[in-house]
Design a protein around this ligand. Sequence first.
Ligand SMILES: [Zn+2]
Length: 117
Amino acid sequence: MITKEEYQQAISVRDQAEVTINAYGKQRIEEFGARWAKFLIGGDPFPDTDLRYSASARCHCGAGLAYPRNCGGLHQWDCSAVLKGEATEGAHEKYPFMFYEIKSEEQPSAHGATTRP
Ligand SMILES: [Zn+2]
């Protein structure tokens, strides 16, 4: 039998966990925002190791689509050549996550397929 004290203790643990989880999420969003600004404003490209590639979707320029591993759920697939600083933005493709479902190289159903160079 669960006592009222045990129940109250569990509620307290849950509430504290939510505070920690929310603070961690906020911290990650801020960290990625700073990194994205370094890319957009500072021209600091992403190395391949920081990118997750699509299994098969490519930009019309031939480079695989990719996104930075630590971005949030409101980000987008971009041309990997742009993310790596090998091409300038403009005519390259981008697909916001909220509008497009593109299979990543790390999904089990990709069966090892990747556009990673
Ligand atoms: Zn491209």
